[in-house]
Design a protein around this ligand. Sequence first.
Ligand SMILES: [Zn+2]
Ligand SMILES: [Zn+2]
Length: 766
Amino acid sequence: MNDQKKSTKSILKSQKIIIHGRVQGVGFRPFIYNLAHQNSLDGWIKNTHNGVEIHVTGLDKNHQKFIGLIQKNAPQHSVIRSIEVEEIQLNTFLDFEILPSKEGTENQIELTPDFGVCDICVEEILNHSNSRLNYAFTTCTQCGPRYSIIEKLPFDRHTTTMASYDMCPRCESEYQNSSDRRFHGQTNSCPDCSIPMRLFFQNQLDETNPERICEKVIEAWNKGMIVAIKGLGGYLLTTAVSNQESVKYIRKIKHRESKPFAVMCPDIKYVHDNFHIDPKEEVFLKSSVAPIVLLDPKDASTFLDQIAPGLNKIGVMLPYTPLFHLLLNKYSKPIIATSANRTHDPIIYEDKEALIRLSEVDFILTYDRKISFPQDDSLIAFSPFKKKQITLRRSRGLAPSFHQSYSFPTDKTILAFGADMKGAFAYCTNTQVYLSQYLGDLSHFDVQQRTEIMIERFIGLFKTKPDIVLVDKHPDYFSTRLGQDYSVSHEIPVYHFQHHRTHFGAILSEHDLWNNEFPILGIIWDGTGLGDDSNIWGGEFFIKENSQISRVGHLKYSSYIAGDKMAKEPRLSALSFSEEISEVSKLLKEKFTKQEWENYLLLSKKSNLLTSSMGRLFDAVASLIGLCDVNEYEGQAAILLEQAALRFVKHGLLDAEPFSFRIEDGVVDIKSMLRQIAQQKPEITSEEIAFKFHITLVEIIRRIAEEHKVNHLAFSGGVFQNGLLVDLLFHKLENDFSLYFHQELSPNDENIAFGQLALYINSHSS
Ligand SMILES: [Zn+2]
Ligand SMILES: [Zn+2]
């Protein structure tokens, strides 16, 4: 028996191995090449339209070891979704080789996001004996741009915006050498075959020598000047963190009064010295995603108030390109790094556009590698006590891949247009789901234009065409109209989905909850979305049972007044929610002129349009307790309310008596809460009121869940960007309920496109 086994193991055989997943642009072919050599297997590997294909011949025992090691030692950034192994007719090969890629008929590969520069590449550019010393575009198979430079699939140098750059003989030999870190590194270049860099001063070409460019940028920062620098996903405006005048000037250029700016710190040591940082936050900050992470400064006075006016957290990131490393390594102080566009415009990414639109800045640092998919920096927060990850903006480093282990089983190609406030689209092709980067607020013309270009460019990467279009129910959303036009011009059907059901669909799919037997309560709270009854919803409760979603409750309707102005002026929400509460009216009146007060009261009484928006209730409470009457940026009042509550519990989570509320037939009446707030305001601090408001929301959720005898609670909508609320829900409900929050997806409207796919697939699968 033993002998027999031995003899089969020593027999030569050939196998075909197909691997699906994120296996392109992550050093997978070089990895397989080396593994095959180590295991004495001959054959070849190539990229295909849907992954990689490997043919190998060798001894049976080596085949087994080979497969095991593929799974065990796969490159850091790869994700293997499936490995199919099939024995084929015996082939003889002389060696193992990497074959050139062939374009397939349909592209189904996982698109790889951009990776921040790796530690080894950073060491090289700072090492005086290395040939890449000070080279600003150093990359390897483990780091560098991917999604932002792709023009076609599969990912190869000639399908990226680096196609026009030839490798020098040394880079070429690295590319060919199987033991080199840059073996088949598609983005490889060095000082001898470098990407040209240019520095403009007041729109005139000033310098082309890379080292002198770096010196001049640092000098400019030291003088308090503004430098626009091309990053991975687009241009960033940078300046010294410590210079009050230049920070103010950036606000002026951006037309941005108080929305916070991110700070790029020179290194992790600086972050440790100046911020409280949890291990989870550090992992993200240092990861190849290299997002902005919101952190608490140790000493608030270290940073100018103008960076994040009125806020207690600062968005922090580390240098994520070799260029930023070189600059910050020499400068050794933090800089402001914020997207170089006016508020409400999309990020600037084309060089010509930068020169035209950034004429007010002192220097513009640019280079010739084109960006094909512009992206903002991703933004991640962690809840204050329990450190739950909250993705606030999913962009560079995260888009467009999505790592859920489930797939959408559909033979349809589907394009979902999402919603307007946080534009993002989704594409489902060959059962694979891609989620675009955050595109901006689609109520602005330039973002609309950008979105159209991005959708067209994205679909152009694939050989597929949408069969179906999905849009929001809101007829006035730009995204809805764009989707409808698409459906007409391509003669394909369009499906409309109610906004809050869509959020619920997104959270159900992110946690793979569709096929469970138990009922799930969806707590879907956000600012606005068109409801089935044509009112503006936003404080909604749904139950999902057997794939059916029904609305079981909501915040009691109030008047929706003055259109978009209501979201901009929290005092209007306060007025609407507290109609006929005399204690509150007294407090509110002073926020309006006599004429305004009368006009708005009349509007409120006459309004046919109603709202159940939880976002507006946050606004109302923030205004009532004097935190914010006019929002300078979306969500500002809610953020200030959360912060006030956090100041009350700064030493740890505690319990408090909730305000009173009534629930009748699922309708949550908070009038008595507003009355109590007005009555208690003179005696207790606004911090305590803000905290008790959060506690009240948790109790409302508990009551609804208990009434419906539901043990599983799923949360979605922009309100759940509030880390304190997330922590309190865990703190008070975790023992009695299973709680599901978004993690990889953002809870805000960025998840709507994905939710539309989720709802379509789950309502159209038999
Ligand atoms: Zn690297
Ligand atoms: Zn070179």
